[in-house]
Unconditional design. Structure first.
Lengths: 181, 181
DNA sequence: ATCAAATTTCAGAAAATACTGAAAATTCGG
DNA sequence: CCGAATTTTCAGTATTTTCTGAAATTTGAT
């Protein structure tokens, strides 16, 4: 590993826990991401000094996140892995997986909590707040869904417009501030 | 705790680790969020059966996330805590803190990695990929910044428009698909 | 200033998570 | 279908993180 790659891999190892993956998984991903060619488990284990079995589990985890893809090299039975390099594609995948893992379970818990008949004033207050949370999460979830369908270029343009989008829409009369709904 | 509140608190405890906070912190937050009045550390420790010191640390953590606010009750020297109930405000806070904790460190690592002179073809490939990642993270970061400034109502409207925003902007001629930049 | 009430700190215990090596299972060329 | 190459599983160990209780510190009313 060159010093440049080493620094990148180490950073992903350190950040891993903040991102909800562990050190090994972070480092494996980083290594595959910058590698000019697909890597097999043995090479990864060797490079990062992790046991073969740990790398195997890490690769499973990365596959479940859809962050790495399984490849086969002609005349070699080993499994090789590479990672999408298009940042937008990675972002889409991550957003989708995070929604699925971090938002959906909460959304369904909230949905059923809101169906319960409140047994006290406390419960009524609690349900009110859960309603606010539920509605926002649902809105965000649907928005994500929607926006996922735009192509990367359009999305990039919209992002570069940022808040100016609002001004523009006001002009078209589609978005009048101060109007309900 | 009523069964309704209990279910909510338990869910936040379980999801905590996925969200980058621990079980205690998740439960403390959930409890404060649905409570009709501010709570003091002792009440929280009592209700959740955690030690007083654990609750103290959890509250520190929640304050560092700006998810709970310190309050004082007249004639009582204990510290009470409540949480913003406006879902949009919570979302803004979370987005900002997550950017700060999960994106900024990586952005600065990438910035310095991109300043290095590549020592090989491997490094050149690695830098190319890091550039793609850097540019997207930076774009998202700036977009967040920008969008944070819009008021909740406008933001909600924009989200409800979702992908339709694109169609509308095409009409105004501000966003022509297939045009570079 | 004093002192009791309240909060924080921190070293060590408990719990959860990550990692390894050996054994089991799978895969595929012959 | 045999057997070597490869991957996966899993029980046990190591590491990290969380949690507690006791002691130290801070706070504010008198």
């Amino acid at each position: 590993m060159t010093p440049l790659v080493h620094a990148f891999v180490a950073h992903f190892g350190e950040m891993g826990s903040r991102w909800g993956i562990n050190r090994t998984v972070g480092q494996i991903y980083a290594l595959i991401f910058v590698s000019p060619r697909p890597l097999c488990a043995d090479e990864i284990a060797e490079t990062l000094s992790y046991s073969r079995s740990n790398v195997s589990m890490g690769l499973k985890e990365l596959q479940s996140w859809r962050l790495v893809k399984l490849r086969h090299m002609p005349g070699d039975r080993r499994e090789y892995f590479d990672a999408p390099t298009d940042a937008w594609e990675i972002f889409r995948t991550l957003a989708e997986e995070r929604r699925r893992r971090e938002m959906e379970p909460t959304l369904s818990m909230l949905r059923s909590a809101l169906l319960e008949t409140p047994s006290s004033d406390e419960d009524r207050v609690a349900q009110e707040r859960m309603k606010g949370m539920h509605d926002l999460i649902e809105l965000m979830s649907n928005w994500f869904d929607d926006v996922q369908r735009l192509d990367a270029q359009t999305l990039a343009k919209l992002m570069r417009m940022g808040a100016r989008v609002q001004k523009l829409l006001e002009l078209t009369g589609q978005l009048k501030p101060g109007t309900k709904e």
